[in-house]
Design a binder for this molecule. Structure first.
Ligand SMILES: Nc1ncnc2c1ncn2[C@@H]1O[C@H](COP(=O)(O)OP(=O)(O)OP(=O)(O)O)[C@@H](O)[C@H]1O
Ligand SMILES: [Mg+2]
Length: 416
């Protein structure tokens, strides 16, 4: 017995599976409201909101993450027939059906129609930082896998900067799922980054729109929260971060929390790289903070990160050796020697292990610098003096306008 009839759009792009699929869909109670000639026709038809699912050829020209997102915004889930499964799923396609099989397509369309979408509500709270006449500096906080403390340090750095009266925007650009919101106790569902990405896609990320994407954390500090789920990284397509950084730098200095990997997956033949946000942040940064953990595996990973950064960009790097403690048995001089074996750092800052303070920060939703004076806060102040010195460096950073995003394009490795 057939249940509810499901309206669908079909865009087969002339592929041979179309006739078989139409018969099979009809038999399964799927109502094909339109056979679209190409992607533009499909997107236009989706905007009339008469269908819940689009059945598309997996190799339809122009089918990319942006197109899939535009369909989702019109409440149309995408089922692909044929094509490269892994790549299509990364674009946000709900299901990929083998092109040689008509059987089961109707069931897949029916399942897609009830597929749960995580829709972002419109952000409510408007950021209050004002557009300044000078462009702010961009600091990317990076570091290897193993949770060395990137987010803790990025939050602390931005908070320390703001605490001293400088407007700061903290931007969560970790493509593996942002945690800045959880660290700061920002509990609403809105992802500032995805809200901004939508505006970028629509060509509408102006200063007022960007302010609506930000949340106020404290005087002078506003945050753009990150991805609510790791699988939503495809929605921040290449170019989004550049556009967001340009807007953010208009209102303050920018601290970007990034992911753990600098691997460019497009070099492996993929059409998109999950690490694009991290690569773009490092490429756009005026200064990179490389955070590593002080224990042996952490330092080994940090060394690899320093080599990667050295090979990627001629940007000043300050190294943070986090969770430093006497029980490890090596001196600061030993570690500085190791670091200098790989890069010539702008500075090396040691941040002490201080579980009590970081735990208190996490449970109260505050940064470690808001919890009163501590060796941890002193280390963060030292870091801030190195990467966001006061007053802002007169030469260059204070007056330059950020490079336009369109000109920068995709990150490419600079091989030595
Ligand atoms: N100096 C420190 N002393 C004690 N604990 C710390 C310190 N720095 C960070 N931590 C703790 O280590 C854990 C990981 O920190 P954090 O989330 O900042 O790492 P991350 O590098 O951003 O990790 P992820 O890969 O999950 O993004 C947290 O519980 C944090 O409170
Ligand atoms: Mg993190």
């Amino acid at each position: 017995m057939l249940t509810e009839r499901v309206p669908a759009l079909v865009a087969a792009g002339g592929a041979e599976w179309e006739a078989r699929a139409l018969r099979s869909l009809e038999a399964d109670g799927i109502v094909v409201v339109k056979r679209c000639v190409d992607l533009a026709d499909l997107l236009g038809s989706a905007s009339t909101q008469t269908a819940g699912v689009a059945v598309v050829d997996g190799e339809l020209p122009g089918l990319d993450a942006d197109a899939v997102m535009r369909l989702l915004r019109d409440d149309v889930r995408c089922v692909a027939v044929g094509g490269e499964t892994e790549q299509l799923l990364r674009l946000g396609v709900v299901h990929v059906h083998p092109s040689g099989e008509a059987d089961g397509l109707g069931a897949a369309v029916r399942a897609a129609a009830s597929h749960d979408l995580v829709l972002d509500p419109e952000p409510e709270v408007t950021g209050g930082l004002e557009v300044r006449g000078v462009a702010g500096r961009v600091v990317a906080v990076h570091g290897p896998a193993g949770a060395p403390g990137r987010t803790t340090l990025a939050i602390a750095l931005a908070a320390e900067h703001a605490r001293r009266g400088s407007p700061a925007v903290l931007l969560d650009a970790d493509p593996h799922g942002g945690t800045v919101a959880q660290h700061l106790g920002v509990l609403d569902e809105v992802s500032g980054l995805l809200a901004a990405a939508r505006l970028v896609n629509a060509g509408a990320l102006d200063a007022a729109g960007f302010a609506r994407c930000r949340r106020v954390v404290s005087d002078h500090l506003e945050v753009l929260t990150g991805l609510p789920r790791p699988d939503r990284w495809v929605e921040a397509r290449p170019g989004v971060l550049d556009a967001v950084l340009e807007r953010a730098a208009e209102v303050g200095d920018v601290v970007v929390d990034t992911g753990f990997s600098l691997e460019d997956e497009t070099e492996l033949g993929r059409s998109l790289s999950r690490n694009q946000l991290t690569l773009d942040a490092v490429a756009a940064a005026d200064h990179v903070v490389a955070v590593g953990s002080a224990e042996p595996p952490g330092l080994a990973r940090l060394a690899r990160t320093l080599v990667e950064l050295r090979d990627l960009a001629p940007v000043p790097v300050t190294v943070v050796v986090n969770r430093m403690r006497d029980s490890l048995g090596w001196s600061r001089r030993d570690i500085v020697g190791m670091v200098e074996g790989y890069v010539r750092p702008a500075g090396v800052v040691f941040v002490p292990e201080d579980r009590a303070t970081t735990d208190r920060a996490l449970v109260t939703g505050r940064s470690v610098v808001e919890l009163g004076d501590s060796p941890l806060r002193q280390a963060v102040a030292e870091l801030r003096a190195l990467v966001l010195p006061d007053p802002p460096a007169a030469a260059g950073s204070g007056s330059r306008v950020r490079r336009p995003s369109a000109g920068r394009g995709r990150w490419r490795c600079r091989r030595p």
